[in-house]
Design a binder for this molecule. Sequence first.
Ligand SMILES: NC(=O)C1=CN([C@@H]2O[C@H](COP(=O)(O)OP(=O)(O)OC[C@H]3O[C@@H](n4cnc5c(N)ncnc54)[C@H](O)[C@@H]3O)[C@@H](O)[C@H]2O)[C@@H](O)CC1
Ligand SMILES: [K+]
Length: 498
Amino acid sequence: MLHSWDAAAVRAAEQPLLAAGVPLMGRAAFALATHVARVLRDARGRVGGSRVALLVGSGNNGGDTLHAGALLARRGVQVTAVLTAARTHAGGLEALRAAHGRVVTALDDAAAEALAGDLARADVVLDGLLGIGGRGGVRGPGARLVAQLAALDAGARPLVVAVDVPSGVGVDDGTRTGDVLDADLTVTFGACKPALLLPPAAAAAGRVEVVDLGLHLTGRPAVVRLAAADVAGLWPVPGRDAHKYVRGVLGVVAGSARYPGAAVLQVSGAIGAGVGMVRYQGAAGPQVLAAHPEVVVGEGRVQAWVLGSGVAPDDDEQRARARDALEHALAHGEPAVVDAGALDLLPDRVPPHVVLTPHAGELAALLRDRGADVTRADVEAAPWAHARRAHELTGATVLLKGGTTVVVGPHGASYAQADGPPWLATAGAGDVLGGVLGALLAGRASQAAAEPTLPAALAAAAALVHGRAAHHANPGGPVSAGGVAAALPGAVAGLLRA
Ligand SMILES: NC(=O)C1=CN([C@@H]2O[C@H](COP(=O)(O)OP(=O)(O)OC[C@H]3O[C@@H](n4cnc5c(N)ncnc54)[C@H](O)[C@@H]3O)[C@@H](O)[C@H]2O)[C@@H](O)CC1
Ligand SMILES: [K+]
């Protein structure tokens, strides 16, 4: 499990150590230089004689970068620091000069332009413009340097190591403003930051290395990412005396005569994830039974529900079934996944064991229905903020689908999972995910209703398993939603062994 902490929490944790004279910047710079040396060795086969350029901003992030540059210069690296602000960390600058590093300034756009060639020839560029003190996108000549580097062809671009965070990202909310230099590696200090997990900023971070500075971070982390090893603790693994009812019965109200595929895929997801039994309601019964003879079609007792996938707005019959099921679930404390065509059936407030699974467009519509002036693009620019808003407005746990899945529950529970390959962006994949999550909620129904933050953890686990199954389905290549569902049992088994 990877925890991230916002800038204020990191600063608060640094304070007592700084007061006690612990050389945090020295530790950070040493670790940074060690990682950069490793990058140079891996990419160029040597450390001494290679070229490193430092993009240096006005604060301590620039200080870290200069101190690391000094350590690299002492190992024979040709280091050039580009100072982008009138103010520069004095100790860092002194250390670099003492180590015979080259120092140039880019205090206006013309000077920044003139350095384009120098930067492009570097083996590695360290992005030390802004760290946790950055506000908004990079401004001033630093922005020009970033734009020049960002415009280079991938093959001609130096490797980029971001210092603490890629400069210009919203450290605490994962947004990004203006040009951000995509890093190959981010070396982050003291703790992971939300921007390194959350979309869209996290895409700029590359691989993330967290340097332990000995900070004592308390309270709830801002955003968490589950790892493979966390799944076994959340998964409803049957005991020796289990039977299908104990293991959980999932009611599925999905698909229609026109869209039977959504129902088939959702049921495949639930069965692949190991649900005890599925009861299906809707017009796609024949197709569901043809694919899964173990399914029972019709009403009956269930422990949890999945509602709305592939249910068209004009399908009055299926919408009525979804509405009845949702009312039943709410009246009886049964967990429910509410997807696509059932999202507009939600009452004003629901408990957190109701899990909404919208994509960005559906989340925007849900927020608009509740009076917010929000577009799909707004949601994509700030997914976490909008998922939180939806949780606050409805009370539900919210799983926002996307390349990185963001989950928000009560008491500040937030997850960002990036486990699937981009190939997973394929028709029907979301239906499979709903089935997986339904299986988890059915298997742990009474706990999910009693522990307000458990549904969020289960939703994150479902996203992780779904992503893993996509890798299993066809490593490195295209996948179909059906293929992902078929790969689920193997993926789950692998994770339970992890
Ligand atoms: N406090 C400490 O002892 C430690 C701090 N560390 C480093 O210090 C960093 C934080 O340092 P600071 O608080 O000095 O902040 P930063 O270095 O992140 O930057 C703040 C400076 O940038 C300017 N600035 C803010 N937004 C800008 C924008 N959009 N465009 C251009 N300039 C902008 C501000 O005027 C300020 O001078 C961390 O990210 C980390 O790299 C590490 O050395 C570990 C220990
Ligand atoms: K940075």
